[in-house]
Each structure stands twice: as structure tokens, then as C-alpha cells.
Ligand binder design. Structure first.
Ligand code: FAD
Length: 587
């Protein structure tokens, strides 16, 4: 990492001119960066924190059309999202998988008027969705995707079959509907793969996390490297503001010197999730996502995720995005929603192995029911010198389309033509990935034999790196210390070192929360943190004091934002909590 970063900073110091500067390295900023890099531009992507370190690491991990957006009348968005979902199933088959999704239904007629009410501009929460409303929505879903046939169509079940398949669901259910969407196993890793692809396609493309750009009083722009404190001038021909929930704050800074007051575009809502280590609930799901309505009309989800259960989410307006966390009241809300749908299942506090929260960067809206706020996206040209394009809204699912549209506006301003299209472009280890389960099993078996590792390790490599798994296993073998980081995990010391060196890791949270799935699967222990901290200190040349401070800050972050205290982490040393779901496809 250090070498790449030093080279980038030295290159910028020698030549501060870039054709495009993308501010904000969430999935939308990464997407527009990839588009521009592939067109051959000298483009720089920066994030003041880590790549995919904010909202983009906090989604429900669904890659979906957005069934409920139909009742908001957002037909074009659903159609675009379904096309992008299907493209991701093709282009990132190592990380994006089909997800059978079942909707439990109590009534036949209710909810039919939701769409109509919204069309005439009435606000408020939707009525409970009945079977006919859901059938209408699923018919449209099926129609939009019929020609591609990427996933099976929807089907309805009566009471008896529903309860036979999901005996734990609430007894008063009268129907269920099952349709297919998709889920993503490691969104933050897919973000890193998009960055790696862009950098290898264009040597003039550059990225810097932990870096920020400020506007001086005389209008010039200065880049600050937060890892060293160094500053240097930067001269972009155009700026893309892709700072998500912080878009308005970033505009204020960019236009401060001009005296202009840019319009406000974003009104965020916070959403939180829990990860449960709950084998009984995992089994009760029978491999499906349960997509259900809570008593307040909000749609909630729970599904098997990397051997655990992911459940969420909340939807709470926030005035300032700041650093959000899943509050205890949200934990209560989520657990009550679970009790509503699976009344016989209880969750003990220690079964909550991770919590996370993020702020959805939604278009500004005065809608009273937050679920009604559009999940659509748009790019606005705010003008200025250099001109600023501003990305508003968006979801994970539609990152490619949003990035493409914003890149087209950027190219137009720069007077350039698009030369490369990304719709059918495989991402990272999705290139050449087997198209079926048998092919994946063969790949895992071949790797286990070739590298003399056990099947779990080979499966772990495939699920995290796709067709690049062999390359990673080779690098690890050659490193000489390819031994487990700590008991119960397939991650090795050599693997973590490789990630530190090649994936722009600036701190413990980058490594343990986003480059790896150790934290989210509830495997992370104090012993692992200590081992990773030693590794990072060696690679990043930290002093003992720096390493201690970094560890303290990380433990504080785990406690305040992810509900993990030191005692829990210590207990996991002894327990060897294991890294679940190394074989993502069989989660
Ligand atoms: C609870 C929840 C559930 C969701 N579920 C789904 C889902 O299942 N499927 C789906 O498709 N979508 C989902 N989404 C939406 C999706 O996660 C977001 O739309 C997407 O991640 C937004 O990406 P972004 O790049 O616009 O913003 P972010 O990921 O927030 O990125 C913005 C980046 O800008 C950086 N930044 C801010 N200010 C500055 C500055 N001044 N200088 C430099 N950098 C700066 C931040 O550090 C941040 O990394 C969900 C969102 C939430 C919160």
C-alpha cells in the first residue's frame, strides 16, 4: 500500500492537473471513477475515510429491483434496477447470487390502493399489503425480466404449503409469495475489485483513501493526506461530488470561496442491521429471505448471510449524517419485528454478533413516511470553476448505471467521447467464474489439490477472490507464513499481509471491517486484532505508541458503533468463534 500511495502522491506533486477529480469513494464514486478510468482519463478518486467506509458498507446486501418501489410508482427505477441486478449476476457471479425471497401475507385485498394514493400525492404510511397487491407487483417484476430469464419467476402458496415450508412463521398467515432477487456477499470487496480493475486498465488513474480536498480563500484546491498530514495543490478540469449523504456539505466547501449558496439536495435516513448467530432462526428460513412488513408498515428483511442471519432495517431521518450507529432502541425495533414474523423464536443478547448502520443518501423530500422517499438517482451540474457535478441518491444495485450516466455528463463537459462500455464487463474475480455450482465445486477442489490446502481454505479463497483465488493462494504460499491468523478462521497471516500491501489499507478498521469478513461474521476476536495490529504496525512502520493508539481507537469503534466490547472479543479467543460462511454460495 505504502508504495502505491507514495507513488500517487509523488505523481500528483509533479503534475497536479487531473482531468477529473471524484470526491467520495463509496460505491457511486467508485463507479464513476471506473467509468472515467476506462475511458483513459487522468482521474483521481479520493475519500476522506476508507473506500466503501460509509453507507456503502451498511446496506441490506440485496441486489434487487425494489418490489416496494412499484407502490411509489417508480416503474423506470425498478426496470433499471432489475436490469442492473441481472448484469451483476453475470458480471460478478463470485459475489452476487440469486436470493429466493418469500413474502408472508395475511390479507387478500389490502394495500391495492397504495400506488394510487401515492400518485395523487397523498402522504402517509401504506396500508398492510394484501395478496392481490403483491401479486400485481410480482407480475410486473416478472414481466420486466421475462426476456432475460436470469432468475425463476414468482409463485404463490396457500396457507397449508406456506406453513409446511416455514412452520415457524406466524400462524395467522393465509398466503405467501416467493420471487427471486439477489444478494451480495462482500460489497466492500466488490468496491475494491472495481478500483483494482480501473487501476490496472489505466496507469493514469489514481486513488487515495484517507485524503481530502479543501478550497482555499483564493479558490485554489488543496489535497491533504490524512495519513501523513502532507498537503499539495490539485488542479482538476472537473469535479464529481460523490459524497453521498455529505453531498450538500461538500458543495458548501467547494463553493465557499465563490460566495454562492448551492441548493441542498440530500435528506438522509439512517438504517441499521443486526447479524445474529442463531442456528434455529437460520434453519427456520429454509434458505429464503423473508421480506415482511412490520407493524408500522415498513418493509423489513431477514436472510441467511455467511452462516449467520442478517436482519434489518430501520429508516430514521437524520439532519446531519455524522458517524451513525445502531442504537439500542433500534435493536429493540428489529427484534420486535422478528417476533412479529417468527413468534416462537427468541434472541439472546449474546446471539447479536455484530451491528451496523449507515445513512442512505436520499433525494431531499418532505414525505412523512420515510419508506416513500424515492431511491432513484440523478446527477446535477452545478457549474463553477472548475465545474462540479453532483451525484444525488442511488442504491448499491444501480451503481453501474448511475456511474455510467454521471460519467457521460462528465465526458460531455470535457468534450470527450465514451469508448468503453461497462454493461457486460466482468468485475475482478468474476472474470471467467464458473456459471454453476458444479463448476464452483470443481474450482474449489482443483485449488485445494494444487496448493495443498484444505477444502475450507480453498472455498474461502474462491468466495472472497473468485477466479483470482489461485493467484492469492500462490502469493500466500510463497510468503512462507501461510498459517491461520488465529484458531477457527480460514484467513492466514500471509493473506492479511497481502491485503495490507495491495488494497489501500490505512488502519485496523479498513482491514478487519471491510477487506475481510471477520467482523461481520462475528469471528473477530481480541487475539486476531492483536495479530493484525502487529502486522499493520510492521507494514506501515508504526511506532509502538502509534500501534497502541490505533488499537485503542479500533476497540472504541467496535464498542460504540458495532456493539462489540473487549470482554466479548476476549471470550471469542477461547471459543474460536470461527469464520462462518467461507463458502458464500452455501450460506
Ligand atoms: C440501511 C441501508 C440499507 C440499504 N440496503 C440496500 C440494499 O439492500 N440494496 C441496495 O442496492 N442499496 C441499499 N442501500 C443503499 C446503498 O447502500 C447506498 O445507496 C450506497 O451505498 C450509497 O453509496 P454512495 O457512494 O453514494 O455513498 P457512501 O457510501 O456514503 O459514500 C460517500 C463517501 O464520501 C466520503 N466523503 C464524504 N465527504 C467527503 C469529503 N469532503 N471528502 C472526501 N470524501 C468524503 C465518505 O467518507 C464516503 O465514503 C442501503 C442503505 C442503507 C443505509
Amino acid at each position: 500500500m505504502a508504495r502505491d500511495r507514495d507513488l500517487t502522491l509523488a505523481g500528483l506533486s509533479d503534475a497536479p492537473q487531473v482531468q477529473a477529480l471524484v470526491i467520495g469513494g463509496g460505491i457511486n464514486g467508485i463507479s464513476v471513477f471506473r467509468e472515467l478510468a476506462l475511458q483513459g482519463l487522468r482521474v483521481l478518486l479520493i475519500d476522506r475515510g476508507d473506500f466503501c467506509g460509509a453507507c456503502s458498507s451498511a446496506p441490506s446486501r440485496m441486489i434487487h429491483g425494489g418490489l416496494r418501489y412499484l407502490e411509489n410508482g417508480e416503474f423506470a427505477l425498478v426496470r433499471e434496477s432489475l436490469a442492473e441486478r441481472d448484469a451483476l449476476l453475470r458480471n460478478a457471479p463470485h459475489m452476487v447470487f440469486p436470493l429466493a425471497t418469500t413474502v408472508p401475507i395475511r390479507k387478500r385485498f389490502s394495500g391495492l390502493l397504495n400506488g394510487a394514493i401515492n400518485f395523487v400525492g397523498l402522504k402517509g404510511r401504506p396500508a398492510e399489503r394484501g395478496s392481490l397487491a403483491i401479486r400485481a407487483g410480482l407480475t410486473l417484476y416478472d414481466l420486466y425480466t421475462r426476456s432475460r430469464r436470469a432468475l425463476p419467476g414468482s409463485r404463490f402458496r396457500g396457507k397449508a404449503e406456506t406453513h409446511r415450508l416455514w412452520p415457524g412463521l406466524q400462524p395467522e398467515l393465509r398466503f405467501s409469495a416467493t420471487y427471486y432477487d439477489a444478494w451480495i456477499s462482500h460489497p466492500e470487496r466488490l468496491g475494491m475489485e472495481l478500483i483494482a480493475d480501473s487501476l490496472s486498465a489505466n496507469e493514469d488513474a489514481m486513488v487515495l483513501n484517507h485524503a481530502e480536498v479543501g478550497r482555499e480563500a483564493d479558490g485554489t484546491l488543496t489535497l491533504t493526506d490524512h495519513l501523513t498530514g502532507a498537503t499539495l495543490p490539485i488542479r482538476p478540469e472537473i469535479i464529481v461530488n460523490a459524497t453521498g449523504a455529505w453531498v450538500d456539505q461538500t458543495n458548501l466547501r467547494l463553493f465557499a470561496a465563490s460566495g454562492d449558496q448551492p441548493a441542498r439536495f440530500v435528506g438522509g435516513t439512517k438504517g441499521s442491521h443486526l447479524i445474529l448467530d442463531h442456528p434455529e432462526l437460520h434453519a427456520a428460513l429454509s434458505g429464503h429471505m423473508i421480506y415482511f412488513e412490520n407493524v408500522d408498515g415498513r418493509v423489513c428483511i431477514l436472510f441467511p448471510y455467511l452462516g449467520r442471519v442478517l436482519i434489518g432495517s430501520t429508516d430514521i431521518r437524520v439532519d446531519e449524517p455524522g458517524e451513525v450507529r445502531c442504537e439500542d432502541a433500534e435493536v429493540d425495533y428489529i427484534l420486535k419485528s422478528l417476533a412479529n414474523v417468527f413468534p416462537g423464536i427468541t434472541v439472546r443478547p449474546e446471539q447479536i454478533v455484530y451491528r451496523f448502520a449507515g445513512v442512505r443518501p436520499l433525494p431531499r423530500s418532505d414525505k412523512a413516511f420515510t419508506g416513500r422517499i424515492s431511491r432513484d438517482h440523478a446527477t446535477r451540474n452545478l457549474g463553477g470553476d472548475p465545474p462540479v457535478l453532483c451525484m444525488i441518491g442511488g442504491k448499491w444495485t444501480t451503481f453501474r448505471a448511475f456511474g455510467e450516466q454521471c460519467a457521460d455528463m462528465t465526458l460531455e463537459v470535457l468534450g470527450r467521447l465514451r469508448t468503453v462500455d461497462t454493461r457486460d464487463r466482468p468485475i475482478g474475480g468474476g472474470k471467467g467464474f464458473p456459471g454453476n455450482e458444479a463448476g464452483v465445486r470443481d474450482l474449489v477442489g482443483d485449488l485445494a489439490r494444487s496448493f495443498g490446502v484444505d477444502m475450507d481454505r480453498a472455498a474461502h479463497a474462491v468466495s472472497h477472490y473468485g477466479t483470482r483465488a489461485g493467484e492469492i493462494l500462490r502469493i500466500c504460499r510463497e510468503a512462507g507464513d501461510d498459517e491461520p491468523l488465529e484458531g477457527g478462521t480460514a484467513y492466514t497471516v500471509a493473506e492479511l499481509r497481502h491485503l495490507i500491501r495491495t488494497e489501500h489499507v490505512g488502519g485496523l478498521d479498513d482491514l478487519l471491517l471491510r477487506r475481510t469478513s471477520l467482523a461481520i461474521t462475528g469471528a473477530l476476536s481480541m487475539a486476531m486484532i492483536e495479530r493484525a495490529s502487529d502486522l499493520l504496525a510492521g507494514e506501515l512502520k508504526w511506532s509502538t505508541a502509534q500501534a497502541d493508539a490505533a488499537k485503542r481507537a479500533f476497540l472504541d469503534l467496535l464498542k460504540t458503533r458495532h456493539g462489540l466490547d473487549a470482554e466479548t472479543l476476549q471470550n471469542r479467543n477461547a471459543k474460536g468463534n470461527g469464520e462462518c460462511g467461507s463458502v458464500a454460495r452455501h450460506a
